[in-house]
Design a protein around this ligand. Structure first.
Ligand SMILES: Cc1ncc(COP(=O)(O)O)c(C=O)c1O
Length: 373
């Protein structure tokens, strides 16, 4: 027995964890900070942590009421109908549902490169094929309708990431509208807003609902997650917001109870914990500004909770930083072998990252240390 032909499939390369790195280097985990996976440096929403503890006693039940309550809470937050909220096991789970609902075998999706790897992985699981549109480093990973349209060839689904991972660039809602207008009627534009809370751009939900002067569209959906601003990456909770016209497809494509009781109760509590989100966003803004201003290499302006830095040789720099206790993301796997991505940490973590990186860059420029003597 063999699995089906998986030669086109690639394994997801997650940012490395502290325990994993410490074990590999034979060191103590307390010697490291991790700024590699865009996690929340303040931990989970405290209200969500309480909800998880309280829910522990009832996890023998399937999450039916909790799922309905969270769906209603999110629908209320975004001013949409409950049916338009597709809860999933992380944003990744919602990506799967969108592909399940749209792709016939052999259909193509169009994704940004560099970009988030799971769009392509998920499409392939669903027997789809993947084409790419380039976002140019030289143009600061600018995103416009025309840039996407240059590569567009009637794909069933087009993924936009705003803020974009790994660069932090965004695309304006009117450009998304122009793109949706220019693509085929049967092409769905999905705007991945996993980092939306950190950005100064409006959500594309305005296009789904026909608000803020836009006409309502049935060919735009958005993706959101509790993993970043809410600090719930470990519980796995995300959702899509889809047009009313085909929202009922969820019932036929979702994996039953994939958003767990613990996740739904945590999500409900986190949704009301504005203080935690506000604090997280404020820390992120300060960290971004500090890194842009003080890192001795080019740092792209970012609207996410991370920055991309042009360090020359990403693998060598990331490895040296790791040896010195700061785990960052080597972006070679994104096709950017000159860049690392640094997550916005607490004030102290960000300070440590800046100092460590600047020291590593200075030593690489001047290996013998002669310029100081
Ligand atoms: C651009 C983007 N979209 C979606 C996700 C999925 O997040 P999750 O599955 O944790 O909700 C991530 C995770 O890092 C991401 O960077």
């Amino acid at each position: 027995m063999q699995p089906r032909d998986l030669s086109d499939h690639v394994a997801y390369q997650a940012g490395r964890g502290i325990e994993e790195v410490a074990r590999e280097l034979g060191r103590d985990p307390s010697e490291f900070i991790k700024l590699a996976s865009n996690e929340n440096p303040h931990g989970p929403s405290p209200a969500a942590a309480v909800a998880i503890r309280e829910t522990a006693a009832t996890v023998n039940s399937y999450p039916k009421a909790a799922h309905a309550d969270l769906t209603a809470g999110l629908a209320d937050r975004w001013g949409v109908d409950d049916a338009q909220i597709w809860l999933g096991n992380g944003g990744d789970g919602a990506i799967d549902y969108l592909h399940r609902a749209t792709l016939e075998p052999g259909d193509d999706i169009l994704v940004p490169t560099p970009g988030f790897a799971y769009y392509g992985m998920s499409a392939r699981f669903h027997h789809g094929d993947v084409r790419e549109y380039p976002l140019s480093k030289a143009d600061d990973f600018e995103q416009t309708a025309d840039i996407v349209l240059e590569s567009y060839d009637g794909e069933r689904l087009v993924w936009l990431t705003s803020p974009h991972n790994p660069s932090g660039s965004t695309i304006a809602v009117d450009e998304i509208e122009r793109l949706a207008e220019a693509t085929d009627e049967q092409t769905l534009i999905v705007v991945d807003e996993a980092y939306g809370e950190f950005a100064d751009v409006d959500s594309a939900i305005a296009l789904i609902e026909g608000r803020d002067g836009y006409d309502a569209r049935d060919d735009v959906a958005t993706l959101r997650t509790f993993s970043k601003a809410y600090g719930l990456a470990g519980v796995r909770l995300g959702y899509a917001v889809v047009p009313d016209a085909w929202a009922d497809a969820y019932a036929r494509v979702n994996t039953p109870f994939a958003a767990s009781e613990l996740a739904c109760r945590a999500g409900l509590a986190a949704l009301d914990d504005d203080e935690h989100v506000d604090r997280t966003v404020e820390t992120t803004r300060d960290a971004r500004a500090a890194m842009v201003e003080r890192i001795d290499a080019h740092v792209w302006e970012s609207e996410g909770n991370f920055v991309l830095v042009d360090v020359g040789e990403a693998t060598a720099v990331a490895e040296t930083m790791q040896e010195r206790g700061v785990i960052v993301r080597d972006c070679s796997s994104f096709g950017l072998p000159g860049c690392i991505r640094i997550t916005c940490g607490t004030e102290a973590e960000t300070e440590q990252a800046i100092e460590t990186l600047n020291a590593v860059l200075a030593e690489r420029d001047d290996p013998a240390g002669v310029s100081d003597t």
